[in-house]
Design a protein around this ligand. Sequence first.
Ligand SMILES: Cc1cc2nc3c(=O)[nH]c(=O)nc-3n(C[C@H](O)[C@H](O)[C@H](O)COP(=O)(O)OP(=O)(O)OC[C@H]3O[C@@H](n4cnc5c(N)ncnc54)[C@H](O)[C@@H]3O)c2cc1C
Ligand code: SF4
Length: 526
Amino acid sequence: MDRSPVSDADVCVVGAGPAGGIVAHRLAESGASVVVLEAGPRFDGDRREQLEQHIRPGLGGPWEMGGPRDAFSSSGDSFYPLNAARVKGVGGSTLHWQGMVMRLHERDFELDSRHGVGADWPIGYDDLRPYYAAAERELGVAGAADNPYAPPREEPHPLPAFRPSHSDSIFAAACERLGIDMHSVGNARNSEPYDGRSSCVGYGTCKPVCPSGAKYTAESHVEKAEAAGARVIDRARVRRLDHDETGERVVAAAYTTPDGETHRQEATQFVLACGGVENVRLLLLSDSDRYPDGLANSSGAVGRYFMDHLFAGAGGRLDRPTRQNHVGFNTSECHQFYDDAEPVNGLKLEFLNYAGPSPVIDALHADTWGDDLRDQLDESYGTHISMGALVEQLPREDNYVGLDRATTDDLGDPVPEIHWSVDEQTEAALSRANGIQTRVLDELGIEDRWTVGPDETGPAYHHMGTTRMGDDPDESVVDAECRAHDLDNLWISGSSVFPTGGAMNPTLTIAALSVRLAESLRAALG
Ligand SMILES: Cc1cc2nc3c(=O)[nH]c(=O)nc-3n(C[C@H](O)[C@H](O)[C@H](O)COP(=O)(O)OP(=O)(O)OC[C@H]3O[C@@H](n4cnc5c(N)ncnc54)[C@H](O)[C@@H]3O)c2cc1C
Ligand code: SF4
């Protein structure tokens, strides 16, 4: 394949996940000449084979996550499993994602003003509201207006919500007695045919692969961008951005292709959309005499305030079938405790459709055979019930993404270092989530149970905050339009611009900001 640069490009987008794909599509559609550089490959093989790769041990995962290309370091009190947390390839991490999508609440944009913690965004919920509606159409969100705690919305979701699962109905009786409100979940998967993709047929393997194509992946935006004239170059790893003599404009993205060639893609405007870790790495790798601490980093904020959401969970076995194996994703949530202020950290409860440990894995590790093995699997699968929660981590300067200059990837570039710790306030919020979950499980009379609490928690793989948006160039990296304070033609798309992360899965907000960024960039192109 020809991976040479495009001449006379208006816009160079780096990264082909949802943040890059949506911007590329919008701009190409409006007539701009767009080139997308994507570090990873196109995974355009047979989705059923990819599913088999996931299910059968020894075949490797479907998305080539990890290896020397993706080497990283983890420092800080908590290990950060970066290679489970992202996919490099056309579609980005949405190839692997779960697809739960909801809007941030109003409080997320004004945490400092309301509660004196975190930061305020330079925009409010009302500024983003029309873009949220556009993002729901872009992703094809199935949802209902049955959430009394959600921020105001103007129109129905593009697709009807999925029906609550059977296990949701088991929870519902207990929650009603406890005064806990359940409602539907916004899902970026088709509840009926939409956007050229079929409806969900309930394979239940959404994460990491949906064989039917019902789950949204950013491949669809990349394909639409190409249909509108954009050129997408895969396996093109951008290793630095070069600026002009004044230091006010980026002039080229230098990238390396599999044959070892390095090319320079010039363009009028540049959009960084590499995810919350690699956006930072690329800026830091692009240091110069003018920007010795990294490109766009005169504030010193590049890489700082790294946030993720923390998982809290609890579950156990019921004495009857719970039938979650009919649904592979969450159909009910509870945002009732989200806006509470003690502790301030937002929390959202999830009613999981987790059927129990994988029968394939269990069978491989069992000491029994034949009917005994079948009985064992029957007993362990489809009788579990469990709750999850996402808990907010407030921005802290000392949680950061940096460069580990002592460790290099397969091209010899320093790898990202994730320095991540979970503070006491977040631990208190995790305990609070566990407390609510315990009340529900007690009400259901579940005795044989497990809990994931502050000591065993892990991240939800949402990388936020590392190129934060703000009005003050001394404290933030991009302005309210997502344009770098330091450089006229550098824009950043993705959750790295979030000043706070709330406790909602981030990708709908990424999509909304990307639609908005494309509009601003279109105006800048004139
Ligand atoms: C297991 C899992 C489950 C998830 N579930 C949910 C969910 O339910 N709901 C939700 O909202 N979010 C979820 N997420 C998070 C979601 O996937 C991300 O928020 C989203 O994909 C981020 O979009 P992005 O475009 O900013 O980055 P990405 O999707 O990470 O895409 C970035 C792209 O940039 C490319 N790139 C990186 N560096 C370079 C470079 N130097 N040169 C060229 N290209 C480069 C990468 O290869 C990649 O393709 C989940 C993530 C994971 C891993
Ligand atoms: S349940 Fe199956 S068909 Fe539906 S989105 Fe998940 S993997 Fe795709």
